[in-house]
Design a protein around this ligand. Structure first.
Ligand code: CA
Length: 224
């Protein structure tokens, strides 16, 4: 899952980005509306976290343009203003949720997950294949009912493959969803990640396998 974070306060934005990355999201951080527009033109996002008071304008203008253009990407608005009028304006402009600063990071992560679970959004609650279950809310992975330990990124990879199980998932799609825009990706970063996931699945006797489709991507299929 890839998020766009539009926030101009350096300290706060770093905290938010860290919290979201630890929760398994790939996060692109931009400090103003102009850069937000550039990123939105180039990449697809699963959700947007949008500050309202930005150096080059009001976040609500971006939100209105998005909705006018037909985008239904979930948007969570961050606001330092506490007046009810601002909240109403945000929701009228098409925000799906809002948080008033200061807020607790776990609250932000929980709200984002809730947005992504809404009808029409891509997230389901539990994904399964063979003897493996992945709970997309708690991030628990179980094989035959026993928890297995995966890193945040391994879990994110598994989730992407499970969502399109038995179909090839192109490598670029995986990279876009697992790593931030412009992240320094070693040439074999994806191979290393897939290798670790395969090893852990094998160690847990999971009845599924990650297949490499040379030159295209990866495919997850059951072994039974
Ligand atoms: Ca601001």
């Amino acid at each position: 899952m890839r998020l766009l974070l539009v926030e101009d306060e350096p300290e706060l934005s770093a905290l938010i980005r860290n919290a979201l990355e630890r929760a398994g999201f790939a996060v692109d951080l931009v400090p103003d509306l102009a850069e937000a527009d550039d990123h939105l033109a180039l990449a697809g996002y699963d959700a947007i976290v949008l500050d309202l008071a930005l150096p080059d304008g009001d976040g609500l203008s971006l939100l209105r343009r998005l909705r006018a253009g037909g985008s239904n990407t979930p948007v969570l608005v961050l606001t330092a203003r506490d007046g009810p009028d601002d909240r109403v304006a945000g929701l009228d402009s098409g925000a799906d949720d809002y948080l008033v600063k200061p807020f607790h990071m776990p609250e932000l992560v929980a709200r984002i997950r809730a947005l992504l679970r809404r009808p029409g959004a891509v997230l389901g609650v539990t994904l399964s294949l063979g003897n493996l279950l992945l709970d997309t809310t708690t991030r628990q992975v179980r094989v035959d009912g026993l928890d297995i330990r995966l890193s945040v990124r391994e879990t994110a990879l598994l989730e992407l493959l499970l969502r399109r199980q038995r179909h090839v998932v192109p490598r670029e799609i995986l990279e876009q969803n697992l790593y931030s825009f412009g992240a320094e990706l070693g040439s074999n970063a994806m191979e290393v990640l897939v290798h670790r996931l395969r090893r852990k699945l094998a160690e847990a006797n999971a009845t599924l396998r990650v297949h490499t489709v040379r030159g295209v991507g990866y495919l997850l299929a059951g072994t039974e």
